[in-house]
Design a protein around this ligand. Structure first.
Ligand code: UD1
Ligand code: MG
Length: 456
């Protein structure tokens, strides 16, 4: 049994979510819950995924069209055994079968490996955990030798059985041959009139199989989501795990409870991240980076020694070593800052390539621009990149100085060491080492009489 078929149950409506979005598509750490389960399944080598959809099946299938899974529909939800039955035609002979749940998103690869490792020709694996409050779960019934005999659902349990603290997480692994032989024997003769997958345990025992119980590393791994409160609790538990992993790898967090990672974050060492920062997509940060409070960083790469001050928003940007950003800076897609650059408060950049040592310190818009090295863009400078129809480029050579409150009408090129006087509106190229002044000449009128108030 070197192949594994992984059946993921995702047919439920999730009524208690009170949502038009199918439950398994609700995001956890920025990824739909089902996406987390698929990622865990993908850690199993030589595996195939069979996803059982039902409620809003098309939407679920469309969301995961790239997941290389077989989708099967369960049009009527008649119980967990019935759901797994939908997958039977796709199971490969001699495969191990693992059952996962689309609304139990945090199952770990290690646990899955342990489960599969414990499946033999004579045994099946069941993931169980002991809970102080086992309310609602199927209880694990063991014999006097401590061997698992069966699972009894809450609604079918006797008063004695209800005191059992060890519960069924639902996650199960067994040989495809056994599953195909036993599943048709499951009936719906129980309190809920459903076909219970849990009946497989007693069937396994009556066929001479033993049931190996595997325990997860923590309860969050097997917690399911039924409502938005549980989703938020799982989100925080997961974020804390990510925060702790980041801290253990050498980044300090002001408060791990106020940290959010919605994607992949790779970081060097000796970084400091203040409160309420959100990292989304793929973010890479170097070492000795300081990030102030309330920053959002999306799909970006940040070099060593960078300082990002409070309330900055950075998306699809590449930031060179020792750059200083913000506070209140907005770097939009296509921003590439060289090393030792500065982008200050209320500056917006977009498709802007900025050479080493250049500064855009205050209140500017720099879009569709290429700046050389050691350029100084004065306060309030605007690149007019859009003529209402097309976008045009602004190019500045090395050592260019743009005086404050200048308007640069693209397409325009200011050559090396070019100088634009403050308050200029520039629409012609400026040659190297040249001063461009384009503003009304100042007149001073002496003895000027101020207006006086009219008598009514
Ligand atoms: C199930 C287990 C219970 C276990 C608990 C863990 C059974 C009979 N009981 O109970 O022992 O403690 O999970 O959370 O298996 N689903 C379908 N199609 C169906 C029915 C369910 O796809 O026809 C999906 C649901 O969307 C859900 C999962 O299977 O994701 C579990 O179903 P649910 O109805 O929540 O089972 P529980 O009563 O919680
Ligand atoms: Mg449930």
């Amino acid at each position: 049994m070197s192949k594994t078929d992984i059946v993921i149950l995702a047919a439920g409506k999730g009524t208690r979510m009170q949502s038009s979005l199918p439950k398994v598509l609700h995001p956890l750490a920025g990824t739909p819950m089902l996406g987390h389960v698929i990622a865990a399944a993908d850690t199993v080598t030589n595996s195939q995924k069979i996803i059982v959809t039902g409620h809003a099946a098309e939407r679920v299938e469309k969301t995961f069209a790239a997941a290389e899974a077989v989708f099967v529909q369960q049009t009527e939800q008649l119980g967990t055994a019935h759901a797994v039955e939908m997958a039977l035609p796709y199971l490969r002979k001699d495969a191990k079968v693992l059952i996962l749940y689309g609304d139990v998103p945090l199952i770990k690869a290690d646990t899955i490996a342990k489960m599969l490792g414990a499946v033999t020709d004579q045994s099946i694996s069941l993931l169980t955990i002991s809970l102080d409050d086992p309310m609602g779960y199927g209880r694990i019934v063991r014999n006097t030798d401590g061997e698992i005999e069966s699972i009894i659902e809450q609604k079918d349990a006797s008063a004695d059985q209800l005191t059992i603290k060890e519960i069924n997480t639902g996650v199960l692994a067994l040989g495809a041959g056994q599953l195909c032989a036993w599943l048709p024997q499951v009936d719906n003769n129980n309190a809920q009139g459903e076909f219970y997958l849990t009946d497989l345990i007693a069937l396994a025992r009556s066929n001479g199989f033993s049931v190996n119980s595997i325990q997860p590393t923590s309860a969050t791994e097997v917690e399911g989501v039924n409502n938005r409160i549980q989703l938020s609790q799982l989100e925080r538990a997961y974020q804390l795990e990510l925060a702790e992993a980041l801290m253990l790898s050498g980044t300090s967090l002001a408060d791990p409870n106020r940290f959010d990672q919605r994607g992949t974050l790779s970081a060097g060492t000796d970084n400091y991240i203040d409160i309420n920062c959100v990292f989304a997509g793929t973010v890479t940060i170097g070492s000795n980076v300081t990030i102030g409070p309330n920053c959002q960083i999306i799909n970006s790469t940040i070099g060593d020694g960078v300082e990002i001050k409070a309330n900055s928003h950075i998306e699809q940007a590449v930031i060179g070593d020792r750059a200083i950003i913000g506070p209140f800076a907005r770097l939009r897609p296509g921003t590439e800052l060289g090393s030792d650059t500065k982008v200050g408060n209320f500056v917006e950049t977009k498709k802007a390539v900025v050479g080493n040592g250049s500064k855009i310190n205050h209140l500017s818009y720099v879009g569709d621009a290429e700046l050389g090295e050691n350029v100084n863009v004065g306060a309030g400078t605007i690149t007019c990149n859009y003529d209402g129809v097309n976008k045009h480029k602004t190019i500045m050579g090395n050592g260019v100085f743009i005086g404050s409150n200048s308007t640069l009408i693209a397409p325009i090129k200011i050559a090396n060491e070019g100088f634009v006087a403050a308050g200029s509106t520039v629409n012609q190229d400026v040659s190297a080492d040249t001063l461009a002044v384009s503003r009304a000449k100042q007149r001073n009128i002496s003895g000027w009489k101020r207006p006086t108030k009219k008598e009514s």
